[in-house]
Design a protein around this ligand. Structure first.
Ligand code: NDP
Ligand code: 2IT
Length: 394
């Protein structure tokens, strides 16, 4: 835990609190997301790091589990402020990380801009150009398909799950929450595969577009969010058939999940689907809930979904495509070359198919066939614990 002092554009001194959680390195260097959001605290990063241990084990790649972050709010800050903050964060983080030690990647509030400033600071402080961070720009060590990987992988996972019941993604009506990296690319792949995506959201509210969000509308969202850093409300100004519903913290449920849909992809943050939301989804005959975010369903919501035999995939399995392509970024860095997009996408598809198979097999073996949550936990745990036992008491 460390202080992150920086100076804002009004020359005021600001101090944030940073964290690096190194949870398990038995199968590879610590690796996980780095989150910049005002809600960040040690507890949240510990759950992320814990989930990451099993997730990374499932990817088939040699990656241990960790997480890092800070209670810094990038929203509303200038690029210069974000840069100064990232440089101060790295001044401490550099002591703990490294290509063979701990390799942070993107998460909430940490995208290509932040990784760029962090990587520049890391390179200056260490005098080394190494793959010590992932999510790098394509021209300076990044991998093709890394920005898309978590979202695309989530949809590939959903397609595998639907196939077990003889269904396909095509023509399914889908709810997607969030409008950041994971939500955008989940929506993108769903649209490419012929699904009907009808919602997106941010922390201020959600938009419902009964006509469906198509590729052109999604391109507007990408410009809005990634370049202008605007709010999702503006979608409803641009497309008048769409309805904007502001978030209401006094409610014990989120109206987004009361929309009718076949498939649901929570891609914003933890605990965004509670018990009441799960019942609302079931009342609308939902078939599948596939987690793009980390732990978006509360444990009560999961119990409701599993009780009704809904296809449910935990984030540690369904969103593992993000960290998997981070792992492939590191492979490319070590080889000092850059694979074509087709090669990365094909590897991503193979990894997701393998995770899906592993989860189903472990669930079956444990006597809970079709329970992807048990399958992911057991398969991840067994791999990690075997490595720990092999390596002795250290
Ligand atoms: P982004 O910062 O790109 O986007 C986050 C989105 O979620 C924004 O729309 C944001 O809205 C919304 N959001 C964040 N916090 C809250 C909140 N407390 N309540 C409601 N909405 C909120 O992050 P990512 O897309 O990268 O991450 C989304 C989820 O996916 C997280 O759970 C992350 O851990 C997980 N994940 C990310 C991966 C990656 O590679 N980036 C890989 C695997 C999982 P607003 O702008 O208003 O804050
Ligand atoms: O939750 C996650 O798997 C991520 N945020 C991605 C981490 C990474 O190292 O790419």
């Amino acid at each position: 835990t460390f202080r992150v002092p920086w100076v804002d554009d009004q020359s005021r001194i600001r101090v944030n609190r940073g964290y690096a959680i190194e949870m398990n390195s038995s199968i590879g260097p610590y690796k996980g997301g780095m989150r910049f959001h005002p809600s960040v605290n040690q507890s949240i990063l510990k759950f992320l790091a814990f989930e990451q241990v099993f997730k990374n084990a499932l990817t088939t790649l040699p990656l241990g589990g960790g997480a890092a972050g800070c209670d810094f709010e990038p929203k509303g800050k200038s690029d210069d402020e974000v840069m100064r903050f990232c440089q101060s964060f790295m001044a401490e983080m550099v002591r703990h990380m490294g290509a063979h030690t701990d390799i942070p990647g993107g998460d909430i509030g940490v995208g290509s801009r932040e990784i760029g400033y962090l990587f520049g600071a890391y390179k200056k402080l260490t005098n080394q150009f190494t793959g010590a961070l992932t999510g790098k720009g394509l021209q300076w060590g990044g991998s093709r398909f890394r920005p898309e990987a978590a979202g695309y992988g989530c949809v590939y996972f959903a397609a595998e799950m639907l196939a077990t019941r003889g269904m396909a993604i095509e023509e399914q009506t889908c709810l997607v929450s969030g409008s950041g990296n994971v939500a955008q690319h989940t929506a993108e792949k769903l649209i490419q595969l012929g699904a009907r995506v009808v919602t997106l959201s941010d922390s201020s509210g959600h938009v419902f577009d009964p006509d469906g969000i198509d590729a052109e509308k999604l391109a507007f969202v990408k410009r809005l969010k990634n370049l202008r850093r605007g709010r999702i409300r503006e979608y409803a100004d641009k497309y008048p058939h769409a309805v904007y519903t502001p978030a209401d913290p006094s409610l014990d449920h989120n109206p987004l999940w009361s929309r009718r849909a076949d498939c649901v992809f929570p891609c914003a943050t933890q605990n965004e689907i509670g018990e009441k939301d799960a019942y609302a989804l079931i009342n609308n005959s939902v078939k599948l809930v596939c987690e793009g975010a980390n732990m978006p369903c509360s444990s009560e919501a999961i119990a409701v979904l599993l009780g009704k035999k809904i296809l449910y995939a935990p984030g540690k399995a369904a969103n593992a495509g993000g960290v998997a392509v981070s792992g492939l970024e590191l492979v490319q860095n070590s080889m000092r070359l850059s694979w074509l997009g087709e090669e990365v996408d094909e590897r991503l598809r193979i990894i997701i198919r393998e995770i899906h198979r592993t989860c189903l097999e472990a669930a079956e073996e444990y006597g809970t066939p079709g329970n992807y949550l048990n399958g992911a936990n057991i398969a991840g745990f067994v791999k990690v614990v075997n490595a720990m036992v092999d390596q002795g008491v250290v």
